[in-house]
Structure formats: C-alpha cells, structure tokens
Design a protein around this ligand. Structure first.
Ligand SMILES: [Zn+2]
Length: 385
C-alpha cells in the first residue's frame, strides 16, 4: 500500500510552461500538492532520482488496441484497452465508437458503462466519444456509409440516457440536414466535433458559431486546404475557438504539416492516436467495424486503400511531434495531456502537474521510455528492469 501523502523526488518535472529541475513534489490523497526544495525529515519519499516526471497522457480518440475494439461491445474489450494503454503513459481516455447500426452503438454504450461501473484496471474513462453516425460519404475513411444519416437530437438523447449522461463528445458532418440545429442544442453540454465531411469553409464557420468546438483528426476525413477554397482544413487552422486533433504517426499527416499545425493551433492542438485493434499487434488481417483491414509495416488500410485508424501509441505521437518540431518536450507533451483535457472542459482536473489537480503521472527514463505510471497518486504500472 502506498501512503496517502508522499513526496516525489526526481531530476526533472515537465510543467505546463517550463521544465523544473529537481525538488520534491507533494502528492496528497490522489492530488498534486506544492513543490518544495527540501522534504520534511519524517516525510515519505518516492525516489525517482535520474528520472523525469510528466503528467499522464489523455487519449480523447481511441477505438481499440491489442486485438480488442470498443465496437466488440463487451466490457472485457473496454477493460483490455484500458489496461493496454497504461504502460504507454495514458492515464485517461475516451472509449470511441464507430459508425454502426443503432444496435451496434447501443451495445458499445452498454459495454462501456458496464466496464466503467465495474472499475477499469488501467487508464480511467472520462466519457464516451461517439464517432458517427452523422457523416457524409466523400471522406468516409473507414466509417461505414450504409449507416450514415442526418443528426437527430432525439436519437442522441436516447443514447445519452443509456450512457447515463457519460457521452462527452460526438463527431458529425456539419453539411448534413439539421446539423447546425443539432450543434446548437447538443453543443451546450457535449463537445461537438467536425469529421468525415466535405463541408465548405463557410459551413464549418457556421458550425463553430453554433457551438462546435473541435476538428477531428485534422487533415484526415475532410476536404483539404485550397487557397481559393479553404475548406474544412482551412476553417480548423484559422478558427482559434476550436481545437484540432492530430495523429502524429508520420503516415496520416506529413511531419512538416504536423509541425505547421502545432505552430498555428498552439495549445488548441490535441494529440490523439485513433488507434484500432491492430495496435500493439503483429502485421496481419483485422476488422475495423465491419470492414476487413490489412496491417502491413504497422499501417492499417481498408481494401479500398483508405487509412483505417492508426496503430500509434500516444507517447510515440508526442515524441514524433517533438522530434519534427524541435519544440521543447514540455510544450509538446502537454498537447497530449493538457490540451486533450481542456478540449473536453476538464483542464481544471487533469493534464498538468499543478496543485489541486489529479495526480496522474508518468515516470520517464533518460531515453523517454515509460518506467512507471501512477493514477490518482497510486502506482499502477512499473516496468520490469
Ligand atoms: Zn475518423
């Protein structure tokens, strides 16, 4: 049993606006406390000399990993995913659905609520992300168009009721009929994102005016940027009210374009994985929803050649973007911890090492490999040496 109050001693702490060298960080009853230079003589000290302490990562868009998918519709799948991402520094996540039949979506919602009620063994769920089914066909990616339809507040409210109010985010195509009214209504309590869409720049602006606050996997599943037709990408890049998600595996978005997105979106850039069941698995054949997917050299594609989610871990995404952009590590790290939390209105609780916030943290060695992970101040993972 770990003590309820202790001090972390480490060489380096990644804070929101700087990195701090040395000192002792207090953890009390699962929350971060103050930094002090000398710990009181009677204090319990957890000694991570030689290591770096960073806030826990938060994956706000993840479908599956390790052979399991949220759409399997079982509590076992949800718990396996929660356990599998913890060793990669992820302490919070949003279990993410795909476009499916009403039955499929309902089954997934039940599985998530069941797993969360039982208590997840790894990363904690901060709510459900419904990716679909209110999309349009042109940039469908691996979403199944036979289930696409117009947004319906009544239908959404049914799902929200089944989920006991835990749906925190939904992605839609804003050019669909009723979309703007839907955003106005739902966007008051739930983060509405824009995805799998061929909307115009003007339509996206209208959606953000109505309350949409996020662009889902920026550049993927949307119309691109043209200097005379800025499209969805243009709206995402210039509208500072909205967050933009980015998959930094080097395949979904070119490294230079990812770096440009960081420069333009700053703290509104949210690193995600969009990982599917082939993540952490060998190359081979998998299913994404009802579509067969082939993974070769870690890249998952549908038969038509569309990228089908990723097999990225969030920490790889963070380290890739840091290497590409040459920005300080603390700045890029927070795009995988604090920006995700802020993007769903939870920055006051998660995402950075700050007094009063939940003590989710990652212990990194000198190679920036995860050595240990704590959730709510309790060590939940430690790598064997
Ligand atoms: Zn998608």
């Amino acid at each position: 049993m770990q003590p309820k109050v202790y001090y972390i001693k480490a060489n380096r702490f990644l804070l929101e606006d700087e990195e701090r060298q040395g000192g002792f960080l207090k953890v009390e009853h699962g929350l971060f406390g103050d930094f002090i230079n000398e710990a009181p003589p009677s204090a319990t000290i957890i000694d991570w000399t030689g290591y770096t302490i960073a806030p826990g990562l938060f994956d706000t868009h993840i479908h599956g990993v390790n052979g399991y998918d949220i759409m399997d519709g079982t509590a076992e799948a949800v718990d396996t995913i929660s356990k599998a991402i913890l060793p990669f520094g992820v302490t919070r996540f949003l279990p993410t659905t795909l476009t499916a039949s009403d039955e499929g979506i309902v089954k997934a919602i039940h599985a998530i609520t069941e797993a969360v009620d039982k208590g997840l063994s790894g990363a904690k769920s901060e709510g459900i992300f419904l990716e679909g089914p209110y999309f349009t066909e042109k940039y469908k990616g691996a979403q199944n168009p036979i289930y696409f339809k117009n947004p319906s507040v009544t239908e959404f409210n049914e799902w929200q009721k089944l989920a006991k109010g835990t749906i925190v985010k939904i992605a839609i195509a804003p050019e669909r009929e009723n979309a703007i009214e839907f955003i106005r209504e739902i966007g008051r309590d739930v983060v509405v994102g824009i995805a799998h869409t061929d909307a115009s720049f003007e339509c996206c602006k209208e959606a953000v005016d109505a309350g949409a606050r996020k662009f889902i996997h920026l550049f993927n599943g949307m119309s691109g940027l043209h200097h005379r037709e800025p499209g969805v990408v243009g709206a995402a890049l210039v509208d500072s009210r909205a967050y933009a998600e980015l998959i930094c595996d080097g395949f979904h978005v070119h490294p230079e374009v990812a770096t440009m997105a960081l420069k333009l979106k700053k703290d509104k850039l949210v690193l995600i994985t969009d990982c599917m069941r082939a993540g952490l698995m060998p190359d081979g054949n998998y299913l994404l929803g009802e579509f067969p997917v082939v993974m070769k050299d870690g890249i998952a594609k549908t038969e038509s050649g569309s990228l089908a989610g990723s097999t990225l871990t969030l920490i790889e995404g963070v380290l890739n973007l840091q290497a590409w952009s040459q920005e300080p590590l603390y700045r890029v790290w927070h795009r995988g911890s604090l920006s995700p939390a802020a993007s769903i209105g939870k920055a006051d609780q998660f995402g950075s090492i700050e007094k009063g916030k939940v003590a989710d943290y990652v212990v990194l060695d000198s190679e920036l490999t995860v050595r240990a992970v704590a959730v709510e101040g309790v060590l939940k993972y430690e790598r064997d040496l």
